[in-house]
Ligand binder design. Structure first.
Ligand code: ATP
Ligand code: SKM
Ligand code: MG
Length: 173
Protein backbone atom coordinates (compact mmCIF):
# COMPACT_ATOMS: atom_id res chain seq x y z
CA UNK A 1 0.00 0.00 0.00
CA UNK A 2 1.39 3.44 -0.87
CA UNK A 3 1.98 5.93 1.95
CA UNK A 4 -0.55 8.78 2.25
CA UNK A 5 0.54 12.01 0.58
CA UNK A 6 1.40 14.29 3.53
CA UNK A 7 1.40 17.43 1.42
CA UNK A 8 -2.20 17.59 0.21
CA UNK A 9 -5.62 17.40 1.84
CA UNK A 10 -7.37 14.02 1.91
CA UNK A 11 -10.53 15.99 1.20
CA UNK A 12 -11.51 19.61 0.60
CA UNK A 13 -15.03 20.67 1.60
CA UNK A 14 -16.89 23.41 -0.26
CA UNK A 15 -20.46 24.64 0.03
CA UNK A 16 -22.77 27.46 0.98
CA UNK A 17 -22.74 29.13 4.40
CA UNK A 18 -24.53 26.72 6.73
CA UNK A 19 -23.87 23.66 4.57
CA UNK A 20 -21.78 22.36 7.49
CA UNK A 21 -18.22 22.53 6.16
CA UNK A 22 -16.77 23.31 9.58
CA UNK A 23 -19.00 20.95 11.55
CA UNK A 24 -18.84 18.01 9.13
CA UNK A 25 -15.16 18.67 8.47
CA UNK A 26 -14.34 18.30 12.17
CA UNK A 27 -16.38 15.08 12.42
CA UNK A 28 -14.77 13.68 9.27
CA UNK A 29 -11.24 14.51 10.42
CA UNK A 30 -11.93 12.84 13.74
CA UNK A 31 -13.34 9.73 12.03
CA UNK A 32 -10.28 9.54 9.76
CA UNK A 33 -7.78 10.38 12.53
CA UNK A 34 -6.33 13.31 10.57
CA UNK A 35 -6.01 17.03 11.24
CA UNK A 36 -8.78 19.47 10.46
CA UNK A 37 -8.10 22.87 8.98
CA UNK A 38 -10.51 25.67 8.08
CA UNK A 39 -9.37 28.58 5.92
CA UNK A 40 -11.73 30.94 7.79
CA UNK A 41 -9.78 30.19 10.99
CA UNK A 42 -6.46 30.58 9.13
CA UNK A 43 -7.53 34.01 7.86
CA UNK A 44 -8.55 35.13 11.36
CA UNK A 45 -5.18 34.01 12.67
CA UNK A 46 -3.34 35.75 9.83
CA UNK A 47 -5.28 38.99 10.30
CA UNK A 48 -5.32 38.81 14.10
CA UNK A 49 -9.04 39.51 14.25
CA UNK A 50 -12.43 37.90 13.56
CA UNK A 51 -13.84 37.86 10.01
CA UNK A 52 -16.62 40.40 10.72
CA UNK A 53 -13.94 42.86 11.86
CA UNK A 54 -11.92 42.31 8.67
CA UNK A 55 -15.04 43.14 6.63
CA UNK A 56 -15.67 46.26 8.72
CA UNK A 57 -12.08 47.53 8.88
CA UNK A 58 -10.74 46.63 5.43
CA UNK A 59 -13.73 45.50 3.34
CA UNK A 60 -14.67 42.36 1.45
CA UNK A 61 -12.07 42.78 -1.32
CA UNK A 62 -9.27 42.68 1.24
CA UNK A 63 -10.86 39.63 2.88
CA UNK A 64 -10.96 37.87 -0.51
CA UNK A 65 -7.24 38.63 -1.04
CA UNK A 66 -6.43 37.06 2.33
CA UNK A 67 -8.71 34.14 1.46
CA UNK A 68 -6.97 33.37 -1.85
CA UNK A 69 -3.63 33.28 -0.04
CA UNK A 70 -5.01 31.16 2.81
CA UNK A 71 -6.51 28.61 0.39
CA UNK A 72 -3.30 28.35 -1.64
CA UNK A 73 -1.23 27.82 1.53
CA UNK A 74 -3.64 25.23 2.94
CA UNK A 75 -3.87 23.26 -0.32
CA UNK A 76 -0.09 22.94 -0.25
CA UNK A 77 0.30 22.30 3.47
CA UNK A 78 -2.70 20.51 4.94
CA UNK A 79 -2.53 16.71 4.95
CA UNK A 80 -5.97 16.33 6.55
CA UNK A 81 -9.50 17.57 5.97
CA UNK A 82 -9.70 21.14 4.70
CA UNK A 83 -12.84 23.28 4.88
CA UNK A 84 -12.98 26.39 2.70
CA UNK A 85 -15.00 29.52 3.38
CA UNK A 86 -18.38 29.64 1.66
CA UNK A 87 -17.25 32.22 -0.89
CA UNK A 88 -13.75 30.87 -1.64
CA UNK A 89 -14.88 29.39 -4.97
CA UNK A 90 -15.72 32.89 -6.27
CA UNK A 91 -12.02 33.30 -7.10
CA UNK A 92 -11.06 31.88 -10.47
CA UNK A 93 -7.54 31.36 -9.09
CA UNK A 94 -8.93 29.19 -6.30
CA UNK A 95 -11.14 27.16 -8.66
CA UNK A 96 -8.05 26.49 -10.80
CA UNK A 97 -6.00 25.52 -7.74
CA UNK A 98 -8.65 22.95 -6.75
CA UNK A 99 -8.24 20.96 -9.97
CA UNK A 100 -6.74 17.56 -9.14
CA UNK A 101 -7.90 17.63 -5.51
CA UNK A 102 -10.66 15.55 -3.94
CA UNK A 103 -13.34 18.19 -3.46
CA UNK A 104 -16.67 17.39 -1.82
CA UNK A 105 -19.54 19.81 -2.26
CA UNK A 106 -21.83 19.76 0.76
CA UNK A 107 -25.14 20.68 -0.81
CA UNK A 108 -27.95 22.23 1.19
CA UNK A 109 -31.36 23.60 0.28
CA UNK A 110 -32.30 27.13 1.28
CA UNK A 111 -34.70 26.06 4.05
CA UNK A 112 -32.10 24.04 5.99
CA UNK A 113 -29.34 26.60 5.32
CA UNK A 114 -31.51 29.42 6.71
CA UNK A 115 -32.29 27.45 9.84
CA UNK A 116 -28.61 26.69 10.38
CA UNK A 117 -27.24 30.21 9.93
CA UNK A 118 -30.07 31.80 11.93
CA UNK A 119 -29.65 35.55 11.97
CA UNK A 120 -26.22 35.34 10.37
CA UNK A 121 -24.14 35.96 13.51
CA UNK A 122 -20.44 35.92 12.63
CA UNK A 123 -21.27 35.93 8.91
CA UNK A 124 -20.95 39.54 7.74
CA UNK A 125 -22.53 38.94 4.32
CA UNK A 126 -25.69 37.66 6.02
CA UNK A 127 -25.98 40.47 8.56
CA UNK A 128 -28.93 42.01 6.70
CA UNK A 129 -31.90 39.96 5.47
CA UNK A 130 -30.18 36.56 5.82
CA UNK A 131 -32.80 34.55 3.93
CA UNK A 132 -32.85 36.70 0.78
CA UNK A 133 -29.09 37.18 0.83
CA UNK A 134 -28.45 33.49 1.30
CA UNK A 135 -30.78 32.66 -1.61
CA UNK A 136 -28.91 35.11 -3.84
CA UNK A 137 -25.49 33.75 -2.78
CA UNK A 138 -26.58 30.16 -3.30
CA UNK A 139 -28.05 30.86 -6.75
CA UNK A 140 -24.83 32.62 -7.80
CA UNK A 141 -22.49 29.99 -6.38
CA UNK A 142 -24.25 26.68 -7.15
CA UNK A 143 -22.54 26.36 -10.57
CA UNK A 144 -19.17 27.21 -9.03
CA UNK A 145 -19.45 24.53 -6.32
CA UNK A 146 -20.48 22.06 -9.05
CA UNK A 147 -17.51 23.10 -11.21
CA UNK A 148 -14.89 22.33 -8.53
CA UNK A 149 -16.55 19.30 -6.92
CA UNK A 150 -15.47 15.72 -7.54
CA UNK A 151 -18.46 14.56 -5.45
CA UNK A 152 -21.61 16.11 -4.01
CA UNK A 153 -23.14 15.01 -0.72
CA UNK A 154 -26.61 16.20 0.31
CA UNK A 155 -26.85 17.42 3.89
CA UNK A 156 -30.54 18.29 4.31
CA UNK A 157 -32.21 16.54 7.25
CA UNK A 158 -29.07 14.55 8.06
CA UNK A 159 -26.73 14.72 11.03
CA UNK A 160 -23.09 15.82 10.63
CA UNK A 161 -22.01 12.30 11.69
CA UNK A 162 -24.11 10.65 8.96
CA UNK A 163 -22.68 13.02 6.38
CA UNK A 164 -19.10 12.48 7.61
CA UNK A 165 -19.62 8.69 7.41
CA UNK A 166 -20.81 8.98 3.80
CA UNK A 167 -17.77 11.05 2.86
CA UNK A 168 -15.41 8.64 4.66
CA UNK A 169 -16.93 5.77 2.64
CA UNK A 170 -16.54 7.78 -0.58
CA UNK A 171 -12.87 8.44 0.21
CA UNK A 172 -12.22 4.74 0.75
CA UNK A 173 -13.57 4.21 -2.76
N1 ATP B 1 -26.15 18.45 9.08
C1 ATP B 1 -26.47 19.39 9.98
N2 ATP B 1 -27.65 19.32 10.62
C2 ATP B 1 -28.00 20.25 11.52
N3 ATP B 1 -27.24 21.33 11.85
C3 ATP B 1 -26.07 21.44 11.23
C4 ATP B 1 -25.61 20.49 10.26
N4 ATP B 1 -24.41 20.90 9.81
C5 ATP B 1 -24.12 22.04 10.47
N5 ATP B 1 -25.11 22.36 11.32
C6 ATP B 1 -25.18 23.56 12.18
O1 ATP B 1 -25.32 24.66 11.29
C7 ATP B 1 -24.52 25.76 11.71
C8 ATP B 1 -23.55 26.12 10.58
O2 ATP B 1 -22.65 25.03 10.37
P1 ATP B 1 -21.14 25.31 9.93
O3 ATP B 1 -20.57 26.49 10.68
O4 ATP B 1 -20.43 24.01 10.03
O5 ATP B 1 -21.35 25.72 8.42
P2 ATP B 1 -20.26 26.22 7.36
O6 ATP B 1 -20.58 25.53 6.09
O7 ATP B 1 -18.89 25.99 7.93
O8 ATP B 1 -20.56 27.78 7.23
P3 ATP B 1 -19.58 28.99 6.76
O9 ATP B 1 -19.53 28.98 5.26
O10 ATP B 1 -20.26 30.22 7.26
O11 ATP B 1 -18.23 28.75 7.38
C9 ATP B 1 -23.83 25.32 13.01
O12 ATP B 1 -24.59 25.81 14.09
C10 ATP B 1 -23.90 23.81 12.97
O13 ATP B 1 -23.97 23.24 14.25
O1 SKM C 1 -20.09 32.96 2.01
C1 SKM C 1 -19.16 33.77 2.18
O2 SKM C 1 -18.81 34.58 1.30
C2 SKM C 1 -18.42 33.72 3.46
C3 SKM C 1 -18.52 32.57 4.22
C4 SKM C 1 -17.73 32.38 5.44
O3 SKM C 1 -17.26 31.03 5.48
C5 SKM C 1 -16.58 33.37 5.56
O4 SKM C 1 -15.53 33.00 4.68
C6 SKM C 1 -17.03 34.77 5.25
O5 SKM C 1 -17.99 35.13 6.21
C7 SKM C 1 -17.60 34.88 3.84
MG1 MG D 1 -17.30 27.26 8.33
Amino acid sequence: MSAPDRSRPVCVLVGAPGSGKTTVGRALAEALGVEFRDTDADIEQMAGKPIPEIFIDEGEAHFRTLERAAVAAALAGCPGVLALGGGAVLAEETRAALVGHTVVHLSVELSDAVKRVGLGAGRPLLAINPRATLKQLMDQRRPLYAEVATATVATDGRTPEEIAAEIAALLKG
